[in-house]
Design a protein around this ligand. Structure first.
Ligand SMILES: *Cc1c(COP(=O)(O)O)cnc(C)c1O
Length: 393
């Protein structure tokens, strides 16, 4: 059998297509301002590109597999933990392989905590408009689930939660910090008030802040993801969204108490230290994150957060100006609007959705770092062209 041909021209053409395509990708929350060329250069010349590192194990404990980047992983967690209001001496976390992985840990750790407090099976409560990963993970972990309706802005209907909540069973509440399509943020104060009234036998709160958790800590809305005020037990954030990494990764952060309630199976050859669901974990991801944190700093992130919110507001303004039906939640970088033509949908890589309350077919634009005012103006020109064509019939 002949070996498959190594076709560098094909690869180069492919790379060109991706580099070109990123310019008009505005329908998904992937920050295309990825800046990792210097990291990869260092990674190759340092020799690490030829080492099989692996972050299996608990990064806070000595691991018997020593070719890892646990020390950098811990520093990444220690940089972010206080930004989400975790106390310095009461933080445990990992660099995950994405928002879903973080949510999986949140739900799994939550179930273990609740099991420790009650023999009854928990119920997972989440809004209908929360990210589909939650529903999938609830299914995967075989949990009883209550999907709570969301209002027209994509936030959980708190009255409906109050009705649905069964206080005789442990409650695992997943708070959507940014519903997927509309970027609605569940009202944690109102949810807390319901929980205080209904007093479920046991309670665990996980925050799914995949997209918003990236930028909120660097804005005036930081209190929304501050555990000192919001009392959540764990939080998941994606790394390839706001932070602009080139591949899926993320953060999962919780407290020592929650960690200590986990009951990891005995794994002698790894020093008994594997509380994570995933065994082998990327050693490269924490190193990249560490690199970025040190290159960007708090001020750099603050500036990036300010830019995306400013540009999101600009997009909303421009749509309002041309009288195009569009909506945006507070603190959100997601604008949703009446669905444009197929031509515009394809050109800009937009994601579709429907809501009869808003007139039916919709699409959204998630304003990330690569979508500046100039690109927004080009997008608006396309929408105006749509409108003109419709007028001409
Ligand atoms: C993107 C997203 C997820 C899924 O995260 P991945 O990193 O794609 O696995 C979960 N929840 C919310 C709110 C999201 O925006």
């Amino acid at each position: 059998m002949t070996s498959p041909k190594f076709d560098i021209e094909r690869l180069n053409a492919f790379a060109q297509q991706m580099v070109e395509g990123k310019k008009t990708a505005i329908g998904f929350p992937c920050n295309q301002n990825v800046k990792l060329a210097d990291f990869y250069h260092w990674y190759a010349v340092s020799g690490l590109a030829d080492v099989a590192m692996n972050n299996v194990g608990n990064p806070r404990k000595p691991s018997l597999y020593s070719l890892n980047t646990h020390e950098f992983e811990n520093e990444v967690i220690d940089f972010f933990a206080p930004l989400y209001g975790f106390a310095e001496d009461d933080t445990w976390g990992i660099v995950t392989n994405g928002g879903t992985d973080g949510n999986n840990h949140g739900i799994y750790f939550g179930v273990n905590v609740l099991r420790d407090r009650s023999a009854l099976r928990p119920i997972l409560y989440v809004s209908e408009e929360a990210h589909y990963s939650i529903k999938k993970l609830g299914d995967l972990q075989d949990l009883d689930m209550q999907l709570i309706p969301a209002n027209v802005s994509g936030e959980m209907e708190v009255d409906a939660l109050e009705q649905a909540l069964d206080p005789s069973r442990p409650a695992l509440i997943v708070i959507a910090m940014g519903s997927t399509f509309k970027g609605g943020i569940d009202d944690q104060d109102a949810i807390d008030a319901v929980l205080a009234r209904k007093k479920p036998v046991a309670l665990y709160r996980h925050v799914d802040a995949a997209l918003f958790g990236g930028y909120l800590p660097f804005t005036e809305h930081a209190h929304l993801v501050d555990r000192r005020l919001r009392k959540f037990d764990s939080i998941a954030v994606s790394g390839h969204k706001f932070f602009g990494f080139d591949e899926p990764l993320g953060l999962f952060i919780t407290t020592n108490d929650v960690l200590n309630t986990q009951n990891p199976f005995h794994v002698a050859y790894l020093n008994d230290a594997v509380p994570t669901i995933t065994c082998s974990r990327s050693a490269l991801a924490p190193l990249k994150f560490w690199w970025q944190i040190h290159k960007t700093g708090f001020e750099g992130y603050r500036h990036q957060a300010e830019l995306i919110l400013k540009n999101a507001a600009y997009l909303k303004e421009r749509l309002d100006e041309i009288g195009y039906p569009a909506w945006k939640s507070a603190c959100s970088n997601t604008i949703y609007f009446r669905r444009p033509s197929e031509r515009v949908m394809r050109k800009w890589g937009l994601a579709p959705n429907e809501d009869e309350r808003l007139g039916g077919k919709l699409a959204h634009d998630v304003v990330m770092r690569h979508e500046g005012m100039h690109l927004i103006d080009q997008f608006i020109e396309d929408i105006v062209e749509d409108l003109e064509q419709a007028r001409q019939g």
